[in-house]
Design a protein around this ligand. Structure first.
Ligand code: HEC
Ligand code: HEC
Length: 395
């Protein structure tokens, strides 16, 4: 390079690259008397910002979120959330791990043709489910079941995942969509090779795991950390809980009269809280809840028993049930009121003493009350929190 006028104050070299790649730049300074010194550095030119994550300089807090007491202490009437945490000892949530997990969750490179990310079927504004009945995978195919909301999955005590619990742990679960023929269409080896070549993963793997080696085990750990960090605890229900100091009879300090009546049905005659349990509103187990299965033949976990996602954010997270058969909460409530079906596997909790299906026979006003209560479980902060949002913002 010709003399560009280096002075003791320095110099600027500029230009606009017309390609993607790495340039080696060597700077040599000569003093005109035979003395010289040189140094080299790299300039990396990468694709447009839409394809790169934008992350905050200081990491978001995923590991020590400011949980209210009802997520950290047992309540006699409303259950023990902290006792249901399925985080394994070998994979606690760290800010570095969850940050990597967030980028992976939103990265379309996890699918064979770069078209589908986890977030394509798990949308934050919908409580991390899909508003479509079935989701569309990388090659245009449809999933066999409706997507699931992901808030509070950490508090499913049984620690198994999917509607039919076929994944034994969350660490197992998160690798399955990647390898699913319909959803993302990759092998784990292909994934490792592909991501090892993506520059922005270098510092993310280093921060989370100490070096930049991409392995499917590390991908699994980081994705599971991000998913476990999706705790939702700032709904109207939580405000009411705090105002009432955990006494379910005093939630009317925050709840409207209608919402308070709906809460009464939920934990009273409806016995909804037996299965949608604790103040995190997660399933206690798999159950048959009396849906008409003749229409689909889906056997679920074996006896037409299914897990339910947490009811947190349910009002923005339809359609409902494993096959998305109900479009609205009003239809769900109609079902529990009038539609619970005879089934040899029907849960005893949904049977009368003589074994027949227990239908609640609610009035129209009571149905509206129950829907109003379910709407108190919506947490706007969770649905818009930047730390759970798409980091690939440049589109
Ligand atoms: C093409 C759509 C699609 C993609 C992509 C997808 N999912 Fe899902 N997800 C679903 C569906 C559908 C289910 C329910 C499937 C079933 O139970 O058979 C599900 C279930 C889950 C569950 C189980 C929740 C529970 O409470 O048991 C988790 C966790 C999850 N997905 C996380 C992820 C992660 C992480 C990724 C990316 C690696 C991902 N998903 C990619 C559609 C998708
Ligand atoms: C015996 C346990 C049980 C009881 C009692 C029960 N549910 Fe459920 N609930 C389930 C199961 C299991 C599912 C998922 C069923 C499926 O998709 O096959 C479910 C699904 C739901 C869903 C849809 C969740 C989603 O993400 O699609 C809503 C809403 C719901 N129940 C509300 C209620 C209300 C309100 C009551 C009380 C009137 C109630 N449940 C009583 C077990 C129960």
């Amino acid at each position: 390079m010709a003399d560009t006028g280096l002075t003791s104050a320095g110099a600027a070299i500029s230009g606009t690259p017309s390609f993607i790649g790495t340039i080696v730049v060597t700077i040599t300074a000569s003093d005109g008397n035979g003395g010289s010194a040189s140094d080299s550095f790299l300039i990396e030119i990468t694709a447009a910002s839409a394809n790169r994550p934008v992350l905050p300089a200081a990491l978001f807090n995923y590991a020590n979120q400011n949980l209210p007491a009802h997520y950290t202490q047992q309540n006699a009437a409303l259950g023990n959330v902290v006792g249901t945490d399925n985080t394994p000892n070998n994979n606690p949530v760290t800010d570095e791990g969850a940050t990597l997990g967030r980028v992976l969750f939103y990265d379309k490179r996890l699918s064979a043709n770069d078209t589908v990310a986890c977030a394509s079927c798990h949308v934050q504004a919908n409580g991390f489910t899909d508003s479509a009945v079935l989701s569309v995978g990388f090659d245009g195919g449809e999933t066999g079941r409706h997507s699931m909301r992901l808030g509070n999955v950490r508090y499913y005590d049984r620690g198994r995942f999917f509607w039919d619990e076929r994944a034994d742990t969350l660490e197992d679960q998160v690798l399955q969509p990647i390898q699913d023929d319909v959803e993302m269409g990759m092998t784990l080896t292909q994934l490792e090779v592909k991501l090892q070549d993506v520059d922005y993963y270098v510092p993310l793997f280093e921060a989370a795991f100490g070096d930049d080696t991409v392995t499917s085990d590390r991908i699994s750990l980081a994705l599971a950390q991000f998913v476990r960090s999706l705790i939702t605890f700032e709904s109207e229900f939580d405000e009411a809980y705090i105002a009432a100091n955990g006494d379910p009879d005093d939630f009317d300090q925050v709840f409207s009269v209608q919402e308070a009546r709906g809460f009464g049905i939920f934990r009273g005659q409806g016995r909804c809280d037996q299965c949608h349990s604790t103040s995190a509103h997660v399933s206690d187990d798999i159950h048959n809840n009396g849906l008409d299965v003749a229409t689909t033949g889906d056997q679920g976990a074996g006896d037409q028993e299914f897990k339910s996602p947490s009811l947190r954010n349910v009002a923005v997270g339809g359609p409902y049930m494993h096959d998305g058969r109900f479009a609205t909460l009003a239809e769900v409530v109609d079902f529990y009121s009038d539609g619970v079906q005879v089934n040899p596997n029907l849960s005893n909790r949904l049977r009368n003493n003589n074994g027949t299906p227990r239908r609640l026979n609610l009035s129209n006003a009571q149905k509206a009350d129950l829907v109003a209560f379910l709407e108190t479980l919506t947490d706007q902060n969770f649905l818009t929190d930047p730390k759970f949002a798409d980091p690939f913002t440049g589109s």
